[in-house]
Ligand binder design. Structure first.
Ligand SMILES: NC(=O)c1ccc[n+]([C@@H]2O[C@H](COP(=O)([O-])OP(=O)(O)OC[C@H]3O[C@@H](n4cnc5c(N)ncnc54)[C@H](OP(=O)(O)O)[C@@H]3O)[C@@H](O)[C@H]2O)c1
Length: 359
């Protein structure tokens, strides 16, 4: 028997809290499951959203565990688990769930690797000031999201493609920038960020930067288009914030639909306030998704658990062409400080929680 701690909530009106229960490590898993002792986990905005939208009684009165990203060590495996997953292996991944009893902000995570395929043997970061478990808990969800936007919509992006990223400072966008630059060789990536984040994002490798807080974004991006890009339009506009400014003037910024250009959003038409998210922010996006006969290719998606992005992420971490930026690292007892930082929407990188006390 071990003590299993977990950060859980019951509904939107109950705070996140650290609970502990006894767990029998010999009987808590099925023959097709493994038990991962979680060393580190990271937060994502989705963790806050599902908590905020958890309306009792629709979601039940059981304790729901926080978070999705994890790194740790396999401590138990069922007899029918693929032999590539062995006791003692270091692994990291994305545990996909909605109001799950299990989540990654816990000491022991029980999962079926076939049903949760976003799992990999932990890569060794090429050069990092952080512990390997901390680094590897920080990337599956954001990297997978960037990968999906770049590769899952049939676009043939190459060195001459032009990408506009609304929300240059977000962790998803940083992963997209690194994949675009190092794996596809894209020469022109334009980012939109706050005026105070311009220098930060220049250092990260954006070719041009526009601002969202010094007048309309379309004007700021328009100046770059005319002044620096010879008025050549974008192949991909990626929104990782929640914005609708480009829709009325899309033909001025995005190449024609016949060129397989895309506007891809992972955050919808309106920017959410994570400290007080509202369902109305979701409705405007639903209207856009459902609207027929759009003059541009539009996609909005929720990340699915897949192994392909874990493979590429591992390769890039090992090669040193990608390492997630980490804003801050917290002890498990300080989980609320991490949640508050995520709510602020001002984090520059990932918020990682060390679940194993002596990590
Ligand atoms: N659909 C999916 O499957 C999926 C998956 C992952 C994430 N997401 C969504 O994608 C978004 C990004 O997630 P993340 O974890 O990468 O975020 P994050 O790293 O927490 O983003 C924080 C950054 O957002 C920037 N920001 C804040 N307000 C902005 C604005 N109005 N315009 C442009 N940038 C702004 C801030 O930098 P500045 O200094 O530049 O303001 C801040 O550093 C979230 O909305 C999340 O819910 C969706």
């Amino acid at each position: 028997m071990v003590v299993n701690r977990a950060v859980t909530f019951i509904s939107h009106s109950t705070p996140a809290s650290l609970v502990q229960k006894e767990l029998d490590l010999d009987t808590c898993y099925r023959e097709d499951e493994i038990v991962v002792q979680v060393y580190a986990a990271s937060l994502n905005p989705i963790d806050l959203l599902v908590h905020s939208f958890a309306c009792w009684p629709f979601i039940g009165s059981y304790e729901k565990t926080y978070s999705r990203d994890y790194s740790g060590v396999i401590v138990k495996r069922g007899d029918k688990v693929d032999p590539k997953w062995k006791v003692g292996d270091k692994v990291n991944g994305l545990y996909n769930h909605l109001y799950g009893y299990h989540g990654s902000l816990t000491d022991y995570l029980v999962l079926n690797p076939k049903q949760q395929p976003a799992i990999t043997h932990m890569p060794k970061p090429a050069d990092s000031k952080y512990n390997d478990f901390v680094v590897n808990a920080a990337w599956p969800l954001v990297f997978g999201t960037a990968y999906t936007a770049l590769f899952n919509y049939g676009q043939k992006l190459g060195p001459d493609s032009k990408i506009l990223i609304i929300g240059a400072s977000t962790s998803v966008s940083y992963a997209m920038l690194q994949i675009a630059k190092h794996e596809i060789g894209v020469k022109t990536v334009v980012g939109v960020c706050s005026s105070k984040s311009i220098d930060y994002n220049k250092r990260l490798g954006y070719d041009y930067l526009a601002t969202y807080d010094q007048g309309p974004i379309v004007e700021s991006v328009g100046k770059i288009l005319v002044g620096d890009l010879n008025n050549e339009k974008f192949d991909l506009i990626f929104d990782s914030v929640g914005n609708s400014e480009f829709f009325p003037v899309m033909d001025k910024f995005l190449k024609p639909k016949k060129d397989n250009s895309y506007y891809i959003s992972i955050a919808g038409d309106r920017k959410m306030d994570y400290s007080n998210p509202r369902l109305r922010d979701v409705f405007s996006t639903m209207a856009r998704i459902l609207r027929p006969f759009k003059s541009y290719n539009y996609a909005y998606f929720f990340l699915k658990p897949q192994s392909d992005y874990m493979d590429l992420g591992s390769k890039m971490i090992t090669e040193g062409t990608y390492e997630p930026i980490i804003d801050s690292v917290y002890a498990l007892k300080d989980f609320q400080a991490a949640i508050d930082k995520q709510k602020s929407n001002r984090a520059k990188g990932k918020l990682v929680i060390k679940v194993k006390d002596d990590l």
